[in-house]
Design a protein around this ligand. Sequence first.
Ligand code: LLP
Length: 424
Amino acid sequence: MNEIMYKNAELFVGNTAVREIAQSHRTPFWVYSKAEILANIAVWSQEVNKKNLVCFALKANDNKNIVNLMGGEGLGADVVSAGELFLALKAGIAPDKIVFAGVGKQDFEIEYALRQKIRAFNVESEQELQVIQDIAERMNVPAPIHIRVNPDIDAKSHPYITTGMAKNKFGIETGRAIDLFKYAKSLSNISLKGIHVHIGSQLLDMSPFEDCSKALRELYFTLKNLGIEIDTIDLGGGLGVDYRQVIDWPPDETGESFQAPSVEDYTSAILKHLIDLPLQFVFEPGRSMIANTAILVVSVIYTKKTSEKKFIIVNGGMNDLIRPSLYQAYHRILPLKNPVRETRETVDVVGPICETTDFLAKDRLLPKVERGELLAIFSSGAYGYSLSSNYNGRGRLAEILVDGSKYKVIRRAETYEDFLKLYE
Ligand code: LLP
């Protein structure tokens, strides 16, 4: 299914022409397809059979209405702060479907999560384990945990989103973790449930997942031989998506194409050496659940030529979508109307922010566009809004959800009055 597509050279989300939304809402804004979100949830739920659990990684998209939609379909949440935990609960996610990761959990966050009776903490260090024990003892409650191991596997992704190597701050090296599992077992208020792992994001090669699966099997048996029984392995997230062939037509300008791995490819790789074990598996997809369900719509403010470059200056910038600036990430960009034109030119698509790193695309071959035109930045549903900021005095953008031929604002745009509220 593809709900985001051109019909008669006009971009539609569901049965709604995106230009129609722009007639009553000021650009830039995000547009999501409800049908695409539901389709992704269905694919994940089908691959991950009933005894296992999918916990959506809220960091990819924390819109309360979207998280609520996921909760309604039986998904849980992976959170990394008390703020995300608060949001997940407000969105109606049951506490026993919430896992809490992150290397820097603060005491008040641990207390809050214990009070809410979450499913498990994904513990990332020796000190953190001790702090959780001490707080749980003081509160006289059990603290369910998974220990996050760092298997030292190269995810072969962008170095900024690789998390499972010994040089990364995440988890505990697998060898050193054994002692911690033993110690955890001895603690009065710690209820050791399992192992957690997350080796990185935007993985397109499935072999690191297979390696990880193998390492987890070995660890499982090492623990078993030591008399340490666990019932869960939380496998984290990381499945990559295709940022190029995001729509059936027109083909991507770069001509680069590859077969992006499916959820099935991913689950068979990560479960390859684990599937026969008597365990419950937790999955924490972020990007693969939500990236390709949304576009960011921007307007061309000016076009500008220098002796070296042509710039397309749009009204969305790095404060709205920081992925190109931060990871040199590729997002397809096309005009909402007539995406195939006789004249094409190589341009930089840049925002209004006063930073040289403020770009959405560099040296990109695009149809020639004019001032006032509307452009879609594709695949921006993951790490789009959630990584956006108020930099340069800009309010965060509205998020709009299309359901067939209807659409509604599911988070309004911030106004300048909203800025003042913080001083009250
Ligand atoms: N679980 C944990 C513990 C994580 O740290 C992450 C992502 C996920 C799950 C979800 O991973 P996913 O399925 O989305 O790959 N801002 C970057 C991505 C950072 C990912 C951080 N951790 C980007 O825009 O590419």
